[in-house]
Write a protein that binds this ligand. Sequence first.
Ligand SMILES: Cc1ncc(COP(=O)(O)O)c(C=O)c1O
Length: 377
Amino acid sequence: MKKMQITQASVPEGVIDLGVGQPQVDLLPLAKMNLAWEHQLKQGNPEILQYGMQQGDARLRKELSGFLGQAYNAEVDPEALQMTGGVSQALDLICTLLTRPGDTIIVEEPSYFLALRIFRDHHLNIVGTPMDENGLIIPALEERVKQYNPKLVYTIPVYHNPTGITLSAERREALVRLSVKYGFLIVADEVYQLLAYTDTPPLPMVFSDAAEQVISLGSFSKIMAPGLRLGWMHAHKKLLEPFFMCGLFDSGGGPNPFNAGIVSSAIELGLLKEILLHLKTTYRKRRDVLSRVLHEHLPWLKFTLPHGGFFIWAELEDGMDAEKLLEMAARHDVGFQPGIRFSSMNGLNTFLRLCFAFYGDDDLEEGVARLSCAIEK
Ligand SMILES: Cc1ncc(COP(=O)(O)O)c(C=O)c1O
């Protein structure tokens, strides 16, 4: 019988697809979630089965603000959090409530390819702006802002997907200054903020001097489990008002109150801390394995070791085309994401994105060995 597909990624048996940007199933914290569930069940609280508060479960926001406050070493007000069904839903809702078809959104080149899909669903005019090793290049951004008068600038300022780059502190300030000068809103997708391995990243962008210009987005997908479909917006209360009152949350209640109850117990019991520590230790090791085997098998491949997140972004030699390589790689039972998928301008075809979250050390080694054979061919 054919295997039923129940998760987003379907990788044929025997294939190592380094393009899959998800946690390995073995890393999903089933046993710990069971403890959290038992704890929640013991409270005898049927309200987790009721329509939830529009802003999101108040206990969860309180627990989360305590957790984030500790992680950031800065105060987080539970009233400055709007729970969401993950960053994806937050992006969709931001487009629904704050844009009209035809409005311009400026995105980094490259950017998270599925965010680009959401912006396309809303018929936004997507304009790419270049990055270097310190993130968004500010003069290039300003040129585009003057030309296109964007409603939103979408940035992944920390452990960027796909490049792994963190926007430098100076450029963060410059970006915020531009947003005040030209009146656009910064949507900061900080989904990897808490997955830091070898440095301490700057605080989320909502802590900038002009907090009314920024919505910071976080998610339990990368620090606990994507199947929870829970995340948060962190912003000045004035910015969150349209979300508190929007039709989606008015009709449906806040996102996923049932899961919110379980996650709130997981934080209260200290389980989220343990899960996150385990993930960080594991991913850091895997990042190092992937980097080592890339150096061994493909010493000419250009990449910078990321300090956090899920990905290594590597550049092929001049004249090589990642999409063509992908066809050859498929014949060697290995996959990756070609750079062009992250481009809003049909470019970046000498780049590839490799993920170190979905496979263990042996598969990472084997995957790169296969990739190297495919490249030789
Ligand atoms: C940059 C970025 N934003 C958002 C998401 C999706 O987040 P969520 O699961 O919270 O919708 C991902 C997942 O890969 C991502 O890499």
